[in-house]
Structure formats: C-alpha cells, structure tokens
Design a protein around this ligand. Structure first.
Ligand code: CP3
Length: 342
C-alpha cells in the first residue's frame, strides 16, 4: 500500500487539486552527495551494486518532496546484457568499442536470460522498495529499441546519430532484426522489473525525434508499441519520446497511460493532438532551471495552469542538467507541491 499515490491517480486520470511531480534524471550530477559517490565508484559499478543504486535513488527524495522515485540505473544495461560491452568514459559518456556494423554483427547479438545477466537490477528494486516503505511509487525504465540501436551502432552519443540512421536505411533487414532482439530482451527485462516491485514503467525514446515521421513509424514506434502492449497489462506505462510531437496522436491511441512531452510543444498543442484523452508529463525546459527561483516558480505555475491539474504529471522536458543549483531544483518541486489555481 502506498502512502502517496498521487502519481498513480494522475496516470489513471483521476481529478486532482495539484499534479504529482518528479524530475527526469533526478538522481544526478547536480547533487553534491551524488558527486561524492561518483568519485568513489565508476558508473556501472554504481548501477551493479544494489546498495549503491538504492542509496542514489533515495538521495533526491531526502531533499525534495517528490511524488515518485526512479530507480538509479541506465538504459545501456540492456545492450550490455545482450553482449555489447558499453563503458561510461569520463568526459565522453557512453562508449562501445565494437559497434554493430553488419548483418553478421546483428546475428551475434544475444537475447539473454535476464535473471542471469540483470539480476543486480532486480535486487536493487527489492532493496529500494524496502527502504521506500511505501512512501512513494517506484518508476522502472528502459530505453526504446530505436534509442538503444542508436548507441549500439554509433558507439557513443551524437547530435544526429547519422551512422545509426545510415545503418537502418542501408540495411533495413538487419536493423529490424536488431530492433526485434532489443524489444524481446526489453519485454522480459521490464516484466521482471515489475515483478520485483516497480509500480510504473517509463520508456525513454530520447532519439525518436531524430527520425522523420515515416521513419519513426518504421523504426521506432512499432517496437515501443510491442513493449507497451505487454507491460500495460501489469502496470501503467509512460512513453517519453523526445521531439516526437508528430506522433502524439497515434501514441495517445495506444495502451500507454501517459505520454512525455518536451518543451518544444505547448500544452495546448499537446492536448489538442491527444484530444485530451491521455495523461501528459513534462515539459519544463531543463535549462530554465538556471533562471532565478522566483522566475522558476512563475513559469511552473503557468505550466500547470495550461496543462491543468488533472491528467497531468509535472516534470522536465528532458533530464536535469549537471549545472543546475540544488535550490533551483527545489524551487521547481516546491512550486508544484504548493500550486494553487488562483
Ligand atoms: O532519471 C533518473 O534519475 C534515473 C537514472 C537514469 C540515468 N540514465 C542515470 C545516469 C536514467 C533514467 C537514465 C536514462 C538514460 N541513459 C537515457 C535516456 C534518458 C535521457 O536522458 O535521454 C540515455 C540516453 C542514457 C545514456 C546515458 N547515460 C547518457 C547519454 C549519459 C550521460 C553521459 C554524460 O557524461 O553526459 C549517461 C550517464 C548517466 N546515466 C548519468 C546518470 C546520473 C551521469 C553520468 C555519471 O554519473 O557520471
């Protein structure tokens, strides 16, 4: 039983006086206590050690009155389990030496036994649930198959992911085979996450917006939909497809409970495209957290006025930036918690 189930109520579309609030990447480099642990253990050690993952998950909740916890982990643990040896290089970010280049490379990718390869994530969930003691719901997540393919083929972050796009356009058969393997692994992984205690699932399609609407329909959405169709039978699912306002109408007709939106779309347009039929999450520009706290409070109030307090989850439009002062993140969360219509 949850003591604070505001997030679940918003996902069910229940009428609320104020929306729930959490921040994408709320456990992150803007927190001094996160930096202290980062200096002691490398990134994937933090992901793989349940005690550390739990501690980092709880850090932002000790500071701010958040309505949800999101498990500290990374979307890249899934391709790691599939045999791709991702590292997190300081100053570079995600790094894969042996990228996927050919159909033969795709054939070598495995759909693993998730309990064997990702057991540490399920242990971290159980420990986090115990520590949370029903305080707030726990969000589990995975990357979309397209976003994972971007890293698997490109081998690192990119503004355009043109190597990944080139691979799909030159070799669509191999691309679809890889996307299906990622999808099959992700479904098994997320089902086990739910079984381990996650109350809500979010799919991050961080690079969906790099595709044209037609290519999104071919290379991203069908795979996200497969995942949503299975997972939505168990828990509410949120799809955050960054830059994909063009797909909002179609996504709103799926079994997802909520859709994430970024700051390039207005609340009015997002509501219009989704016919007010689904909960929306977002869409504060993360860079706007660099404004003075009074300005943050003012823009948050306007954002809630425009989205409304029902069928809405207050959040950023993408992950929090490392250079955001902690007091500014606090001003954001408190502005939502203290929201009054007038
Ligand atoms: O939201 C949360 O608080 C939960 C934790 C979380 C992390 N990564 C921790 C993390 C989540 C949900 C993710 C998802 C993730 N990881 C995405 C999708 C969301 C998004 O922001 O688009 C992506 C694309 C990744 C891959 C990845 N991992 C990138 C691009 C980076 C940043 C690299 C850099 O140096 O800028 C990471 C590293 C990472 N994952 C950090 C955190 C807190 C920071 C690195 C560190 O601790 O040293």
């Amino acid at each position: 039983m949850l003591k604070n189930d505001l997030l679940l109520k918003a996902l069910r579309g229940e009428e609320l006086q104020r929306p729930p609030v959490w921040m994408m990447r709320q456990a992150g480099r803007y927190l001094p206590e996160f930096i202290a642990l980062r200096d002691q253990y490398d990134f994937f050690t933090r992901c793989q050690t349940p005690e550390l993952a739990t501690e980092i998950t709880l850090q932002p909740l000790r500071r701010f009155p958040l309505d949800a916890a999101i498990l500290f982990s990374d979307i890249l643990v899934v391709p790691q389990a599939m045999g791709m040896n991702f590292e997190m290089k300081p100053g570079v970010g995600p790094w894969l030496e042996n990228t996927i280049k050919t159909s033969a490379d795709v054939k070598n990718v495995i759909v693993p036994d998730v309990e064997e390869t990702l057991g540490y994530v399920f242990e971290a969930i159980k420990l986090t649930k115990k520590e949370l003691d029903g305080k707030v719901p726990l969000i589990g997540f995975a990357g979309s198959p397209w976003t994972i393919l971007c890293y698997a083929v490109e081998g690192k972050g990119s503004k355009t992911f043109d190597i990944a796009k080139g691979f799909c356009f030159e070799n669509p058969v191999a691309a679809h085979e890889l996307l299906q393997k990622i999808t099959d692994t992700t479904i098994k992984y997320l089902l086990k996450k739910v079984e381990s205690g996650c109350d809500v699932i979010q799919i991050f399609d961080s690079w969906g917006g790099l595709l044209s609407p037609n290519d999104y329909d071919e290379f991203s959405w069908p795979y996200i939909e497969q995942i949503v169709n299975v997972l939505a039978e168990k828990v509410p699912v949120t799809v955050f497809a960054k830059g994909c306002w063009f797909a909002l109408e179609k996504m709103s007709q799926s079994k997802a409970s909520a859709l994430g939106v970024d700051w390039t779309v207005t609340p009015q347009i997002a509501r219009y495209l989704t016919k007010n039929s689904i909960t929306l999450q977002g869409n504060f520009d993360p860079a706007r957290l660099l404004s003075p706290p009074e300005t943050i409070q003012k823009i948050v109030k306007e954002m809630i006025d425009e989205f409304g307090t029902t069928k809405y989850i207050a959040n950023l439009g993408h992950g929090i930036l490392p250079n955001v002062p902690v007091e500014h993140a606090q001003a954001f969360v408190e502005a939502v918690v203290n929201y009054k219509k007038i």
